[in-house]
Design a protein around this ligand. Structure first.
Ligand code: CA
Length: 242
């Protein structure tokens, strides 16, 4: 099967930030600063618009204003953290309130960090990078290893007991995703969203094709057993027996 569409996707795309802020001047200032720092920026004026953006495509991080019309940013963050698909999406809360008790409430609500207005663009970018480094192993430069199978997200390299494993770009991204999210079942829909991005049109059975290719590449080293089918649910990467 031809694979031109997926192989054209950049491997190291700019990180996408969704800014949820109702005040236009602040949204514009943040958008300007983040774009200049190399981020791809999407904007939402309220919770409803943010939900639509999230359904369209998963960003790498949410910058969430505390004071929003209708529903507060903290309540929305709580809702996201109860959503199994979105709970690991990092959230930085923006607020005009500098009180320690508010900070605690924000973090307990599930925010990963907290920036108090007024902030400098430089500070904001630094905080975003710090949170992304914590959640994204590729930014951190970590290498992941399971029973002798190693993935290096920075070098985009996979080694099986020291021997290079030849993978296509999509199989590579799939394996990197699996190895950085082990022992969890992902549906085909979730894998499409997490590996390709939600607004790319690909049939779900395409996942099965890439899973087969990935297993085939791992087979000669005996690692194909780690890419497991969970009947009726999807796929899982695990070193434990199926
Ligand atoms: Ca506001």
């Amino acid at each position: 099967m031809a694979d031109t569409r997926t192989s054209r996707l950049p491997l190291m795309a700019a990180k996408q930030i969704l800014v949820v802020e109702d005040e236009k001047p602040i949204r514009d200032m943040i958008g300007f600063a983040l774009r200049r720092a190399g981020f791809e920026v999407r904007e939402a004026v309220d919770v409803r618009a943010a939900r639509a953006e999230l359904a369209n495509r998963r960003p790498d991080l949410l910058l969430m204003d505390w004071m929003l019309p209708e529903m507060s940013g903290i309540e929305f963050t709580r809702q996201l953290k109860r959503d199994s698909d979105l709970r690991d999406l990092p959230v930085i809360m923006l607020t005009a309130r500098a009180e320690e008790s508010d900070k605690v409430a924000g973090l307990e609500g599930g925010a990963d960090d907290y920036v108090t207005k007024p902030f400098s663009p430089r500070e904001l970018v630094a905080r975003i990078n710090a949170v992304l480094r914590r959640v994204d192993p590729a930014v951190e430069g970590a290498v992941f290893e399971f029973d002798g199978l190693t993935v290096d997200p920075v070098a985009h390299r996979v080694l099986a007991r020291g021997a290079p494993v030849a993978l296509g770009p999509t199989e590579y991204r799939m394996l990197e995703f699996f190895m950085t999210h082990p022992d969890r079942v992902y549906s085909r829909e979730q894998l499409l969203d997490r590996i390709w991005g939600g607004n790319v049109y690909i049939e779900e059975r395409t996942i099965d094709v890439h899973i087969r290719r990935l297993r085939k590449a791992l087979e000669e080293f005996g690692y194909d057993r780690m890419v497991q089918t969970v009947r009726g649910a999807g796929y899982r990467f695990s070193t434990h027996a199926e």
